[in-house]
Ligand binder design. Sequence first.
Ligand code: 5GP
Length: 292
Amino acid sequence: MPLPPKLTPQEREAALLAATAARRERSEVKSALKNSGISIFDVINSASAAIQKMRVRELLESVPGVGKLRAEAIMERAKISPTRRIAGLGRNQIMALKGELAMSKVDPQRGTLIVMSGPGGVGKSTITRELKNDPRFWISISATTRDPREGEREGVDYFFYTDSKFDQLIAESAFLEWAEFAGARYGTPREPIEHWLALGKNVLLEIEIEGARQVRSADPAAMLIFIAPPSWEELKARLEGRGTDTPERQAARLALAEVEMAAAGEFDHILVNHQVGELVEEMVSLATSHQV
Ligand code: 5GP
């Protein structure tokens, strides 16, 4: 048998420190799984070498509701060997794990479907940007027939489709909702919504009001949030301040904002955007208290 490599005292010290750091990282992940509702698939996707070396069994046993026996049974059905580490999981095994966990409804509780609407200029995209950085949320990516604006990326900001592709997706019932807005069509792809809700994410749709109404009838459990400006004058000032619009376009935007404001009463919650940070906190607390 080959002898283990001889380490200098410095090398031994460094190896010990690295092992301690890896242990700490793994125990933090396990406690996040238990307490902060992160999904095991966030852990599986982690780039950390220490996490990738963790055994799948150890990971599964840290999921609330999965004990030793259940973890063993899940792994057997997903055809994962008992000693497999995260780094060694194949694509099919990950898919099988997803299926197993979704079926046994243990990982973690189902997320909340949140629809956010409100007049243009009220700050919805800033709110969305903030929530994008929160691992408890997944932000839906809509399809649209409008042209990309400068800096917008396919599959990141929107899926940009032709009219005929959009027609085809409507015919296939691929949208949870869709509506026309300012001369273009917009729709929410249905499939990823169910996928992420089942994995425990709060799913956020930032859509206009007609679409919000459709989600309400398709899924009565959805939570509808209306974002309102502190005052009509402030919204007017924000829209006029955009500066890129012609006076006609500005007048049209204001008229539309008026129609949008009139729909506020149809929503479950109206949040006034005085300060984005506070509003995001309110949304997080509404989403988490809404989970069943
Ligand atoms: P914009 O073209 O400025 O990105 O979006 C125009 C409007 O379309 C916004 O009010 C936005 O919330 C809405 N919108 C974006 N995606 C969807 C969608 O998937 N469905 C619906 N109904 N409206 C959407």
